[in-house]
Design a protein around this ligand. Structure first.
Ligand SMILES: [Zn+2]
Ligand SMILES: [Zn+2]
Length: 478
């Protein structure tokens, strides 16, 4: 068995891990585009075609439908992939929409091509419930090869999705490898791919529970060197920043990814409105504008899959509250409406909160807001998510407080707006969570491969794991 990591070449591609089970059979776990390249130009796209051999790949397992985990699926299909794509039921429901968007932005505007890809995708998607083992077909070559050489190889595999608490439908994957000829437990191996793990206090979704056993663990490290603020503290920070921001009747811009972050924000804003509407009129009157048709569609999915919500969120429903669908919320649909909203916000003198994609300001409608409103001292921009190197978001975060500028669509835009970062606001596990994920295992890994993070985060997390498991091999992957 071995694990190869595809992608992260020049920081352009996202998660894509290949588990080689034996010489004939491999499984892919995720096939993503790097977030910063969400709407990247041609140069990035040219680097995206699948350049590795897919002839032995027997299945693709998807942990969740963020673009950095699924965005390269169209390229995989284009390369001729026609094996099952396993995903949780909620992810399977979201995936075609995400892929359609990825196709339109990065690959083709050709309606016929898009339809064709989506048809291929829908034929391959196999929805799987959480916590249920499902067999992975490793192909006929190894099954029929009952020779002595086979005795020391894995020839059977099954997998299971466990809730990751990151976004709707998100999962980490347990893969159990066996040898049906020797059938000895010492010949079994358990590999866990973390995907993206949720933070303990992510609203709406329950926190992930550790697996019983992982012999090999491939784990993300987005926040491997940081610890988040507590949820209460974070919600308080959001309240203070918003109250301060709207005092000058300016616009509050919150860049957010359509899936996950937007719904978390809505959940917390409803909480603030509910709690403070009688203390501060502003909360009663504030307009919360979601300017993203995608975000609106995903919010519908969150509402559809209420069964996956955590107890706190379900409790609110019982009290007839609408955490994702409250009175002060406006959804902007068409591009026309989007442009009109910007005009409206520029002219008026009343506060509003705008949530739009992309979360790292690398494209999407948020860029149009920034181009118009970053120059206004009354504007506030609140970062609630990780801003990767090389993104406009990171530029604003770095140069904004020094009175610098950023580049939007090739133009220099002076940053007069106030820039805030609320660090605790993440759907990613922090260092504590990542350590506890391993601590909670009964049978702990002998090999940990750290992926999906900046070098600092990977190194810091590696140090922690070395302390926790002195006998284990801790490796840093791409
Ligand atoms: Zn994610
Ligand atoms: Zn990710």
């Amino acid at each position: 068995m071995q694990i190869i990591h595809h992608g992260a070449v020049n920081g352009v591609t996202g998660s894509c891990h290949q588990l080689d089970i034996n010489t004939h059979s491999s499984i892919l776990i995720d096939c993503g585009l790097f977030q910063g390249a969400e709407t990247a130009g041609k140069s990035a796209i040219e680097q995206l075609p699948i350049e590795f051999d897919i002839s032995n790949i027997q299945a693709l397992i998807i942990t969740h439908c963020h673009i950095d985990h699924v965005g390269r699926i169209p390229y995989l299909l284009a390369a001729g992939f026609n094996k099952p794509i396993y995903a949780t039921v909620a992810t399977a429901a979201l995936l075609p929409m995400v892929i359609e968007d990825a196709l339109k932005i990065g690959v083709t505007q050709n309606r016929r091509m898009i339809k064709l890809y989506l048809k291929m995708l829908k034929q391959l998607i196999t929805p799987i419930e959480y916590n249920q083992w499902f067999a992975l077909d490793l192909g006929t070559a190894i099954k029929n090869n009952n020779t002595a050489a086979t005795a020391n190889r894995y020839n059977q595999a099954k997998a299971k999705f466990r809730a990751a608490g990151h976004i709707l439908g998100s999962a980490y994957v347990e893969i159990a490898l066996f040898n049906s000829f020797t059938n000895k437990s010492k010949n079994n191996h358990r590999v866990v791919f973390s995907g993206d793990l949720g933070a303990t206090h992510t609203p709406l979704l329950a926190s992930p529970k550790s697996p019983y056993r992982a012999d090999t663990l491939v784990i993300e490290s987005t926040y491997g060197d940081k610890n988040h603020q507590g949820r209460k503290q974070r919600c308080e920070s959001l309240r203070k920043v918003i109250e301060k921001s709207v005092a000058d009747n300016g616009v509050v811009l919150i860049p957010a990814f359509s899936i996950g972050r937007t719904q978390e924000l809505l959940y917390e804003l409803e909480q603030l409105i509910h709690r403070y509407r009688h203390k501060n009129q502003m909360w009663e009157n504030i307009e919360v504008i979601i300017d993203s048709p995608m975000a609106a569609k995903f919010t519908e999915h969150y509402l559809q899959f209420k069964a996956l919500w955590d107890n706190e969120a379900k409790q609110k429903l019982k009290q007839h509250r609408h955490p994702l669908d409250f009175e002060q919320l406006y959804t902007v649909g068409s591009h026309q409406e989007h442009l009109a909203t910007i005009e409206y916000l520029c002219k008026r003198n009343k506060p509003a909160i705008v949530i739009a994609a992309s979360g790292m300001c690398t494209g999407g409608r948020m860029q149009n807001y920034l181009a118009r409103l970053l120059r206004e001292p009354s504007t506030d921009i609140i970062f609630v998510g990780y801003q990767a190197q090389g993104t406009t978001g990171r530029e604003i975060q770095t140069y904004g407080p020094r009175g610098g500028y950023c580049t939007i669509d090739g133009n220099k835009v002076a940053i007069k707006a106030a820039v805030h970062t609320i660090s605790g606001y993440s759907a990613h596990a922090d260092q504590h969570n990542l350590i506890n994920f391993v601590k909670g295992m009964r049978i702990k890994p002998t090999l940990i491969r750290i992926v999906h993070g900046d070098n600092d985060a990977k190194n810091a997390l590696a140090e922690e794991y070395k302390k926790l498991l002195p006998g284990a091999k801790i490796e840093i992957g791409v």
